[in-house]
Design a protein around this ligand. Structure first.
Ligand code: ZN
Length: 175
């Protein structure tokens, strides 16, 4: 096997569909986070945003115009649907975390076929070492999103290593 050059690794990385999806979501999340953080700091802005969502049924347009205004980015319809769901969750979220049931942990572990969502290692059978993680942080969307949970292994939960990290490391044989 011949050694890879940095260009080979880079090309492999940017053509990986998992990486593309992950970066697109991270990009959307960054913009959403920027607006949430402004809302939490500026009471007037917070009221302004809530008012925008309340005064119309066309919440997709509200989502697009908020992102365009704060981030100078035009969301596609598909992207706006994702971000709108986050805004809905933000508006509905409770002040306390919902308890994580053992059955949810089990259900997620089954769904992921027993592998960590981030690094792909086997999770094993010690439930205390399997951690339920909010994919979109709890502080932003609470427990309002249905498919916002994943299970992580002990290591990933501690170091919060990302899927990108893992794909990259496995490409250069570090994982
Ligand atoms: Zn892991």
């Amino acid at each position: 096997m011949s050694n890879k050059t940095w260009d080979d690794i880079w090309n492999e990385l940017v053509s990986n569909p998992n990486i593309k999806t992950e970066y697109n979501n991270a990009f959307l999340l960054n913009m959403f986070q920027k607006i949430c953080s402004k809302m939490s700091k500026e009471e007037e802005y917070h009221r302004f945003v809530l008012h925008l969502f309340l005064q119309t049924k066309d919440t997709l347009s509200v989502t697009k115009s908020l992102i365009a205004r704060e981030c100078s980015y035009t969301l596609s319809d598909e992207e706006a649907i994702i971000v709108r769901e986050w805004f809905d969750a933000y508006r509905k979220k409770k002040s306390k975390r919902a308890p994580i049931s053992k059955s949810l942990k089990k259900e997620l572990t089954d769904k992921q076929q027993g592998f960590c969502a981030s690094c792909g290692q086997e999770l094993g059978t010690d439930w205390s070492k399997i951690h339920v993680d909010h994919i979109i942080p709890w502080v932003l969307v609470g427990d309002e999103l249905k498919n916002n949970y994943q299970v992580l292994c002990d290591t990933c939960n501690e170091c919060k290593s990302s899927k990108t990290d893992f794909i990259f490391k496995s490409m250069i044989n570090l994982a």
